[in-house]
Design a protein around this ligand. Structure first.
Ligand code: SF4
Length: 355
């Protein structure tokens, strides 16, 4: 397992962030928050998809007043995303489990003080959400839209809260590209012990965001950086959670889950491998045990891969082998392979659960 940087533990509702808590997955609705029915509907979809914490935008008073009712209808911890207007934060703090602000853009110290007081009263944390595209003027002028600028902004905002004796803090520093995002988190990590919320902002559509987020978040997670994360994808809800969970699993940041090994296919293929891989993916997606499953097009590489796979298929001509831990357990026609393969998979899961 990856060794994570030791961080302070805070709570967003009943979800712990930092310390020894598992890395949580967050997402955000794209409905108008004042549209309570649609917002609740989106939050429930996210919850069902495996999201741990949900954030909603609060640009206006109508949105802020809707939070109380939204909170009643959901069970996920709720974060209010607020810019500029501290009065919205004061209303939101009465209902939600965390406020995302930048103290630097809330205005006078007196206003920030009021927000901090409201958060203290309900014992809820604040996320300092530094965004490369909206740095405070003084940092942008001095450092440009750079990782250094984000780090300086984060330190400034952290100090702002610490001076008010507030330390229930988590920090994000998002840029819309991989390099600045990674650099900013790396630079800040040794300087503070607050938990980090990872993300690449405005990362684009499903294809582009998946690539950017996998590189940036994967790199950071492998270095032990990150306590909670969001993958932002234009116009998607469930996919944000799905991709985030896959990044966590494939970077080794969480234990368990199925790793599917399948070949890209080539001219040697004489069976319908694609159909088989899709079915295996679907049938095994909820398995929590840490399994390696291999589905390969021919014996050229299949035997080698099967050695490290818990269960494997090696296709031949409209037929194939089912293997378990590298040993052949059946030689069957193509149409019979899936059932036998799944029998073996469930058997391995049973063995794992019985351990
Ligand atoms: S396993 Fe066989 S079919 Fe698949 S890519 Fe390799 S050589 Fe081609």
């Amino acid at each position: 397992m990856i060794k994570r940087y030791p961080t302070k533990k805070i709570y967003v509702g009943d979800v712990a962030i930092g310390g020894d808590a598992p890395i949580s997955v967050q997402s955000m609705t794209f409905s108008k928050t004042r549209d309570i029915e649609e917002t609740v509907n989106q939050i429930k979809r996210l919850h069902f998809a495996g999201c741990d914490i949900v954030r909603v935008a609060v640009p206006d008073f109508e949105d802020a007043y809707a939070l109380k009712e939204i909170k009643k209808q959901i069970s996920l911890p709720l974060v209010a995303d607020i810019h500029f207007n501290y009065k919205l934060a004061l209303i939101a703090a009465k209902s939600v489990d965390c406020i995302r602000i930048n103290p630097g853009n809330i205005g006078s110290r007196e206003r920030v003080k009021e927000v901090v007081k409201a958060c203290k009263e309900r014992n809820i944390p604040i996320r300092i959400g530094v965004n490369c595209g909206s740095l405070e003027d003084k940092f942008e002028k001095k450092y440009g839209q750079s990782a250094k600028g984000m780090v300086e902004s984060a330190l400034y905002n952290i100090k702002y809260l610490e001076d008010l004796d507030f330390t229930q803090i988590k920090v994000s520093m998002k840029a819309s590209d991989v390099q600045r995002t990674v650099e900013a988190y790396r630079k800040l990590r040794p300087l503070v012990d607050y938990p980090f919320h990872l993300g690449v902002t405005e990362a684009g559509t499903l294809f582009h965001s998946t690539i950017k987020s996998s590189i940036a978040l994967g790199t950071l997670l492998l270095e032990g950086i990150g306590d909670t994360m969001r993958v932002s994808i234009t116009g998607e809800l469930e996919k944000e959670v799905e991709v985030a969970r896959a990044i966590l699993k494939d970077s080794g940041a969480v234990k368990g889950g199925v790793n599917i090994i399948s070949c890209p296919t080539c001219g040697r293929l004489e069976s319908n491998l694609l159909d088989m891989v899709r079915k295996v993916e679907e049938l095994t997606k909820d398995i929590k045990a840490p399994l390696n499953l291999s589905v390969m097009g021919c014996v050229v590489n299949a035997i080698g891969e099967a050695k490290s796979a818990d269960v494997a298929i090696a296709f031949g001509k409209e037929s194939g082998l089912v293997m378990r831990k590298g040993k052949v357990v059946a030689r069957l026609k193509e149409r019979e392979l899936l059932d036998r393969f799944m029998q073996e998979v469930l058997d391995v899961v049973k063995e794992y659960d019985g351990e």
